[in-house]
Design a protein around this ligand. Structure first.
Ligand code: PHE
Length: 372
């Protein structure tokens, strides 16, 4: 054998076993597909998957198809950490999408940060999520804004004496209550009574009885849809006529099925309005309906935006190398999302309008869009 090929052969033998060539770009997703808040995970997953399918149908990203690896955290604390560790160390995903609930995102974020794997939460609004570190992003607004929006809305309706009922098991609920209360006081209103409950509770009559005695003009309930529906029913049974107000956590498939008419005349803030005539929104509505035969909600729209923003960043970075991808994500500017134009600020949060919806006649109606 002539010297050069011999050398080459030796070099090949000595070379470390090459990592199997990746013919796909692996993206991890953790979501509550089952359990207490399954409506959140089911919706965000459907939106995320729609985006991945559309991207792959258009040829993928950097010449490769995207592979979405989805894991169910069963709505259980402890699961996000286990799942995210597995996605990173066994599956070698380049980025992670999730979760909707802030407590779940807060569990996973330190692990992504430690491993320098970019994480994008579609819908977690608690400020602490992205404060975890520079690899943690979100495509939604945060609760200091959402709380202020609802405090101003209460003031605009003349509801000055307000009570608050908080879920102490959810970082989301605790944070949103705090920002709402600050907004009420700043606007010259008064918090006349506060009570709390824990996710999974079914009987809220003791707390509601105590709130009723303080004669509030409105009651802020920054909880998730399952408990909010029961709270509304029990409030009406106890003769409480004051409107309930809430945040994005009200959005869930069983809210009105369980609450019936008990939430009529109530209002909550959220992220997305199907009434929006922007081409990005109308295109998303059409393809979501075609794929699932159902209407998308906020989490579906945010899930879609999270995957599209990731893909756009991979394209701009020209690589899935984690530091370059992190930098590209941080530079996200004017992305035409279905939940609005998305620019990530220096704290990796999106600044965009909130939508206020009213409840009545078995559905929701658009009240107003509030700019930051
Ligand atoms: N913002 C909520 C949280 O942080 C989750 C949520 C988002 C719920 C959007 C419904 C719709 O926990």
């Amino acid at each position: 054998m002539p010297p050069l090929p011999r050398l080459l052969a030796a070099a090949l033998l000595l070379a470390a076993p090459a990592a199997p060539a990746q013919d796909t770009i692996k993206v991890g997703e953790f979501a509550a597909l089952t359990g207490g808040i399954a409506s959140f995970g089911q919706s965000s997953h459907k939106g995320t998957l729609l985006a991945i399918d559309e991207l792959n149908a258009a040829g993928g990203v950097l010449g490769k198809k995207l592979a979405l690896l989805t894991e169910d955290d069963q709505s259980l604390a402890g699961q996000p950490a286990t799942i995210v560790r597995k996605l990173i160390s066994q599956d070698h995903v380049v980025a992670i999408l999730g979760e909707v609930a802030s407590s779940k995102s807060l569990e996973a974020a330190p692990i992504c940060q430690e491993n320098h794997i970019p994480m994008i939460s579609p819908a977690s609004t608690n400020p602490k999520v992205t404060e975890t570190g520079d690899y943690i992003f979100r495509v939604c607004f945060i609760d200091p804004f959402q709380g202020t929006v609802m405090a101003k809305f209460a003031a605009s309706r003349g509801w000055k004496k307000v009570a608050v009922l908080t879920d102490v098991k959810q970082d989301y609920s605790m944070g949103l209550a705090q920002f709402f209360k600050a907004g009420v006081v700043q606007g010259g209103g008064e918090i006349v009574k506060e009570q709390s409950y824990s996710s999974g509770d079914k009987d809220f009559k003791p707390q509601l009885t105590s709130l009723k005695a303080a004669q509030p003009e409105a009651i802020f309930v920054p909880g998730y849809y399952a408990e909010v529906a029961l709270i509304a029913k029990q409030a009406r049974l106890l003769g409480i006529k004051a409107p309930l107000l809430g945040g994005d956590g009200w959005m869930g498939d069983s809210l009105l099925k369980v609450a019936g008419t008990a939430l009529d005349g109530c209002y909550f803030s959220c992220h997305f309005s199907a009434d929006d005539k922007a081409p990005a929104v109308q295109g998303f509505l059409a393809s979501y309906r075609a794929k699932y035969g159902a209407e998308p909600d906020d989490m579906a729209a945010l899930g879609y935006d999270s995957a599209m923003i990731l893909a756009a960043a991979i394209k701009r970075a020209g690589t899935t190398d984690s530091a370059a991808l992190r930098d590209a994500l941080a530079a996200t500017k004017d992305h035409p999302g279905v939940t609005g134009r998305i620019t990530l600020d220096d704290k990796r949060n999106a600044t965009k309008p909130a939508v206020i919806l009213g409840v009545g006649q078995g559905g929701f109606h658009f009240v107003e869009s509030v700019a930051p």
